[in-house]
Design a protein. Structure first.
Length: 275
């Protein structure tokens, strides 16, 4: 990390026109953590809280060009990788990561949107596993994604999944627990396993929670945290964003709210004395 400037984190991910996930969620998370966010967009989605109606991939050449432009002028202290979609995009990201030096890479293996739309085809999944995961400092799948990556069956525990994901090549695996009865993330670095316990907020909103989690984790790397402390902070901040989530936005699952906009709005609108 360059301590002579504000830490910067690069998000390589897709755009969500609804603002709840993808690049938009990543930039909010970076700002909330006090780091400067830059982007390389991999795909443009026509998306809202109810679903994804269209996806158009950005050319591999333009993906690499976006990363090069950021590296040459601004620099990169950490990278978050999200939606990839196609094998060609995975290949472009592998090429682009050669440009970022030793910046740690956090990969959120986005496969399916909250609405059920498939965001990673089979060929891309193979390329992700074989070519990209070995470049990662941390991979942050949820439980279904971990099973899809490893081919593990339902009998495998969450800790088994963390060990199996880590065996695919990343330095650390964090299998998040939002899709289970208990909210526990399992961290495994090849030697040590740790359970990161959280709380469930059924009255909150969780669209974009996976993007937020991985982005906060990347931001914590840029701020100098070690992987376990980064993962713990990512769980804490993501939960707060879910608790404050905006259920009133859209017809589907509402987006997380890392800035607690409802609380901010109430403060801004409150009349001042004498007004």
């Amino acid at each position: 990390m360059n301590t002579n400037r504000i830490p910067t984190v690069l998000s390589i991910a897709g755009s969500d026109s609804g603002g709840g996930a993808g690049i938009q969620a990543d930039l909010k998370a970076f700002a909330a953590c006090g780091v400067y966010g830059t982007t390389a967009i991999t795909a443009i989605t026509a998306q809202n809280t109810a679903g994804v109606s269209a996806v158009e991939a950005v050319s591999p050449e333009l993906i690499v060009a976006q990363v090069r432009a950021v590296v040459e002028d601004i620099g990169v202290d950490a990278v978050k990788v999200g939606m990839l979609g196609t094998a060609e995009t995975v290949g472009a990201v592998v090429t682009a990561l050669d440009l970022v030096g030793d910046a740690p890479v956090v990969i959120d293996p986005v496969m399916v949107a909250e609405s059920g739309a498939v965001l990673l085809d089979d060929e891309a999944r193979t390329a992700l596993i074989e070519d990209l995961l070995p470049l990662a400092a941390v991979v942050t799948p949820n439980i279904p994604e971990a099973r899809a990556l490893t081919g593990a069956g339902e009998e495998d525990s969450q800790e088994d999944l963390a060990r199996e994901v880590r065996a695919l090549g990343p330095e650390v695996a964090v299998v998040t627990g939002g899709h289970s009865d208990r909210v526990v993330d399992i961290y495994f670095d090849g030697v040590h396993a740790a359970a990161i316990h959280g709380e469930r907020y059924p009255d909150g909103a969780a669209h974009g929670s996976g993007c937020t989690h991985s982005s906060v984790l990347a931001a914590m790397f840029a701020l100098g945290r070690d992987p376990l402390r980064a993962a713990e902070r990512a769980r804490q901040i993501t939960e707060e964003a879910i608790r404050a989530g905006l259920r009133e936005i859209g017809r589907g699952p509402g987006p997380v709210d890392i800035f607690d906009l409802k609380g901010t709005e109430a403060t801004i609108r409150r009349p001042r004395p004498g007004k």
